[in-house]
Write a protein that binds this ligand. Structure first.
Ligand code: RB5
Length: 151
């Protein structure tokens, strides 16, 4: 079982490769890298879906998704019940996404966030614990949300 799964689209492949190195070297994590590893254009929902399916199947507990802004990947990943994908822009949002939201997927924009900040966000996100308590009730509320039937 990989300890972490990572995927990106063409908008963030350079940052993704840097983060894979960081995760393997600094954190000694076994990383499953779903790609991409080059500039050829792909569709981010395909990569988000593959990563989320693997997490929901129990292949890893946590994942990191990257696209140009992080927006498309976070929108796609949050379609999956049980996935709590947090688009973060700094160490504060990365920390709070763990403390309050028990985020199991960290999303970063490769055209927004530089490598130094992205590494610092990952460092915080990997170590910060979930606080539980009232926040547990709220994340259970997320999974209880339903889509209304069209009238
Ligand atoms: C690709 O050009 C870009 O749209 C994608 O990486 C992402 O930013 C979408 O939300």
């Amino acid at each position: 079982m990989s300890q972490l799964i990572i995927a990106c689209d063409h908008g963030a492949w350079v940052l993704k490769n840097e983060l894979v190195q960081h995760l393997r070297v600094r954190h000694a994590l076994e990383v499953c890298d779903l790609g991409v590893s080059g500039p050829d254009s792909v569709d981010y929902p395909d990569y988000a879906a593959e990563l989320c399916h693997r997490i929901l199947r129990g292949e890893a507990q946590r994942g990191v998704l990257l696209c140009g802004t992080g927006l498309g990947m976070s929108m796609a990943a949050n379609r999956f019940k049980g996935i709590r994908a947090a688009l973060c822009h700094d160490e504060f949002t990365a920390r709070m996404s763990r403390r309050h939201n028990d985020a199991n997927v960290l999303v970063i924009g490769g055209r927004v966030t530089g490598p130094g900040l992205a590494q610092a966000m990952i460092d915080v996100w990997l170590t910060e614990p979930f606080e539980g308590g009232r926040h547990q009730r709220r994340i259970e509320g997320l999974d209880a949300l339903t889509t209304p039937k069209p009238t």
